[in-house]
Design a protein around this ligand. Structure first.
Ligand code: SAM
Length: 269
């Protein structure tokens, strides 16, 4: 297979900032990312934004059957060429990942692996975490984020990064920071550092409405320096629910654990 830099040159794939294009060329790093979900031989993988195909190639070499969605049509010929080296292993969809219902693409559980475009990364994560059916059909998420977003996903209560995204992610998943990625690993390099986060679905406590939990955390963290009794003042039933589940209303939202927020949402459901 030709080196990625040659693929880029041959197909004129200059990076488009509006599409969040920061490409990875380091094959060792790409293999490490493809190894994060575990052994992918014979597994189905969904990839967002294959671009010139660096991560796609690492996933195919790990033995995965990859379905990838790419919005930039300039990348399609390069990806078609990559597919010729891995017969029947690669399917490309030319579309916007936000419009895709992943469950319809696979007839068995699958993994999601992506060096996400930063402009839609959080929206995609929230979409995959918010689906009503739980556990979901996807078995794991292995996703590149800006380091600051990765920190928010895995943050524990009491830290500055802890907030709505931490609670949604850790309510539904085990979440860990798998690989720190230096900005210089990308072409062109972004302004900030990045990290790969790995999430696997966990058993869900029953009787919690995801939309209510989301509204609750949004209201609580809207004024994160305020006490709960203040920030949740307008949230119907919250004062009583705090007392019932034993959360001191003088606490600030960042000190309230995921389990406590879930208990509160269950009480309010
Ligand atoms: N996977 C490649 C790599 O690791 O080098 C490229 C990753 S680059 C950070 C993000 C890719 O997502 C780009 O190829 C970009 O065109 C694509 N992209 C951006 N927005 C998209 C969207 N809404 N749906 C699908 N692909 C998108």
């Amino acid at each position: 297979m030709p080196p990625l830099r040659e693929v880029i040159k041959k197909h004129g794939l200059s990076a488009n900032k509006a599409l969040g294009q920061n490409f990875l060329f380091d094959t060792q790093l790409l293999s490490r990312i493809a190894a994060v979900p575990g052994d992918l031989a014979g597994e189905d993988v969904f990839e967002v934004g294959p671009g010139p195909g660096g991560l796609t190639q690492a996933l195919l070499q790990a033995g995965a059957a990859v379905t990838a969605v790419e919005r930039d049509e300039r990348c399609l010929p390069a990806l078609a060429e990559l597919g010729e080296y891995f017969p029947d292993q690669l399917k490309i969809i030319s579309d916007d990942a936000l419009a895709i219902n992943t469950d319809n693409l696979f007839d068995k559980p699958f993994h999601i692996v992506s060096n996400l475009p930063y402009n839609v990364g959080s929206a995609l994560l929230i979409k995959w975490l918010s689906q009503p059916k739980w556990p979901p059909k996807w078995q794991s998420l292995t996703l590149m984020f800006q380091r600051e977003v990765a920190d928010r996903i895995v943050a524990s209560e009491g830290s500055n990064a802890y907030g709505r995204l931490s609670i949604l992610a850790q309510w539904r998943c085990e979440a860990r920071l798998a690989i720190n990625v230096h900005r210089s690993a990308f072409t062109p390099p972004p302004k900030v550092m990045s990290a790969i986060v790995h999430l696997t679905p966990k058993e869900q406590p029953q009787g919690v409405d995801p939309a209510l939990l989301e509204r609750l955390t949004q209201t609580a963290f809207h004024q994160r320096r305020k006490m709960l009794r203040q920030s949740l003042k307008g949230f119907s039933g919250a004062t009583e629910a705090l007392a019932t589940v034993g959360i001191d209303s003088s606490r600030r939202p960042e000190t309230v654990s995921v389990a406590e927020f879930v208990a509160l949402a269950r009480q309010l459901s």
